[in-house]
Design a protein around this ligand. Structure first.
Ligand code: HEM
Length: 508
């Protein structure tokens, strides 16, 4: 079959047909036996009832009814690709993680891009934070960085996460997204959201493709080196395609024409051999620096200023393969901040601490207790004492299923033991609300020193477009919030709201 001149995503089926002939291509049942007739059910006469013995048609219908699994409770919409990570600089003085063992070492990676709040069928170009999750298939097992395209996050305590997501999802009564009253009510009551909200409304709130955005681990982790010395660290991966963004007007137009704009772009780039890449960096903070830091280094609403904690180059990530089976490799991939390897540890970052629990928990619900046995989640032989459960595939070849034992079951790993840091901890158990931490200094730096004049103008327009539909009381609270960032920003929002109201005949 001739393949028409269209892009790779449009031509997927035509390419398949070109490569596969129809000879020796019989339909089979799910258990592999040949099927005589696919397109008619087995009936008694033309109008007769269908026979129960028509197991093939019934089996197909039963499988169809079970095709969908629960979508991710957040980050439901996305796309994935595969490739490798290559070490370009030596960081073994910071970590003994084997993935960084020597310059030139390559490790396979899986990546998933997503948007936080939209559902599976949403349009790609809505304003949102984008997820940017990395899975490293290392020789020590799976290491995941479940990151985003922004360096900071809205809230700093994981208990705030369900409420944050509720206000960005559908109103449970009207089933409408976005409910602007819910949105501004929550944001103005929790001022720690301000820094990320500023980025959300900036140009970076709508990337023009998955390829043209940076990635950040956001949370603070720790590294342990071969001598057992630990340091805190952050992860960054910066796009070699540059940064590309869309204005709200461009994004709205594209959403109406091609809701799969970002998915198509990624697929076509990789299919055409235009492999996207990112340079990978770390920031390092010693425990002594952390103890004296003027900001909380474990607060994910804050960045570590690059002047004080410079980016240290480590390697690069290249994506060079589209998924063969989107469902198996992207819908069923499960990233988990608790997937850490020897040499990389969590930090006291409160948000990260909650995330260590949440991902495995949701994946046991979304994918099942043995999701880790799916090849995309773990292509290795695992040695432990877990057995059975729904869809168990590997049963570890008759090894003992209890520990300790004297029948040569798997034993504790000495190297992992040596790399477990000794961290002295002390304190009084308490629930401490962090709402009155410093919530505005870094947002102010972003507005006053980083944003260019035209970016500030679009920031104001974007904020105003979300403020117009809410109540006057919430508008006042939002203006007050932005006044804590910068008085002139608040004034511009107020002025722009008045002008917009006149234009739209809204009674403010
Ligand atoms: C305590 C706060 C958080 C909780 C409870 C939480 C929870 C979740 C859950 C339940 C999922 C769905 C996972 C799945 O079904 O496989 C998810 C996905 C995701 N989260 Fe979070 N999250 C939190 C904070 C964050 C933060 C701070 C970031 C950014 C670094 C982040 C980035 C992501 C990404 C990128 C995904 C999508 C992973 C994928 O592509 O499959 N989350 N989160």
């Amino acid at each position: 079959m001739a393949v028409p001149k269209r892009d790779a995503a449009f031509n997927q089926l035509a390419e398949y047909a070109r490569k596969h002939s129809n000879d020796d291509n019989s339909i089979t049942t799910t258990f592999g036996t040949p099927v005589p007739e696919k397109d008619s059910s087995l009936t008694v006469g033309y109008h007769g009832p269908v026979l129960l013995q028509d197991w093939f048609s019934l089996d197909e219908l039963a499988h169809f009814s079970r095709e969908r699994i629960p979508e991710r409770v957040v980050h439901a919409r996305g796309a994935g690709a595969f490739g490798y990570f290559e070490v370009t600089h030596d960081i073994t003085k910071y970590t003994a993680a084997t993935v960084f063992a020597q310059i030139g070492k390559k490790t396979p990676v899986g990546v998933r891009f997503s948007q936080v709040a939209g559902e599976l069928g949403y349009a790609d170009t809505v304003r949102d934070i984008r997820g940017f999750a990395l899975k490293f298939y290392t020789e020590d097992g799976i290491w995941d960085i479940t990151g985003n395209n922004q360096p900071v996050f809205f809230v700093r305590d994981f208990v705030m996460f369900p409420s944050l997501i509720h206000v960005m999802k559908r109103n449970p009564k009207t089933h409408i997204r976005l409910d602007y009253d819910m949105f501004w009510d929550f944001l103005t009551l929790r001022p720690e959201t301000t820094h990320t909200t500023m980025i959300f409304f900036s140009d970076r709130g709508i990337p023009d493709s998955f390829r043209k955005q940076h990635g950040y681990g956001v949370n603070t982790y720790a590294f342990v080196n071969a001598q057992g010395k630990f340091n805190y660290c952050k992860f960054h991966w910066l796009s070699n395609q540059g940064i590309g963004t869309l204005t709200s007007a461009e994004a709205q137009k594209i959403a109406g024409i091609d809701p799969d704009f970002h998915i198509r772009d990624l697929y076509n780039a990789i299919a055409n051999g235009n492999f996207p890449s990112w340079n990978f960096y770390i920031q390092i903070m010693t425990p002594e620096q952390a103890a004296k830091s003027e900001f909380d280094p474990f607060d994910d609403t804050k960045v570590w200023p690059h002047g004080q904690y410079p980016l240290i180059p480590v390697g690069k990530i290249v994506l060079n393969r589209n998924p063969e089976n989107y469902f198996a490799e992207v819908e069923q991939i499960g990233f988990d901040p608790a997937h850490l390897i020897p040499g990389i540890e969590p930090s006291p970052d409160r948000m990260l601490q909650g995330r260590l629990f949440a991902y495995g928990d949701t994946q046991r619900h979304r994918l099942g207790p043995n999701h880790i046995q799916l090849p995309v989640n773990c292509p290795f032989h695992v040695h432990n004492y877990d057995r059975d459960g729904r869809f168990a595939i590997h049963n570890q070849g008759g090894a003992p299923n209890y520990h300790p034992n004297t029948f040569n079951g798997p034993v504790n790993d000495k190297r992992a033991q040596a790399l477990t840091p000794q961290i002295p901890l002390q304190g009084v158990a308490n629930r401490i609300d962090s709402v009155n931490e410093d919530n505005f200094t870094q947002a102010r730096v972003l507005y006053q020193r980083v944003m260019k004049p035209d970016e500030k103008t679009r920031l104001v327009q974007n904020i105003v477009s979300f403020l117009v539909p809410t109540t006057s009381a919430l508008r006042e609270r939002a203006i007050d919030l932005f006044a804590h960032v910068d008085e002139s920003l608040a004034q511009r929002i107020r002025d722009s709201l008045k002008a917009t109201a006149i234009e739209q005949h809204v009674n403010l």
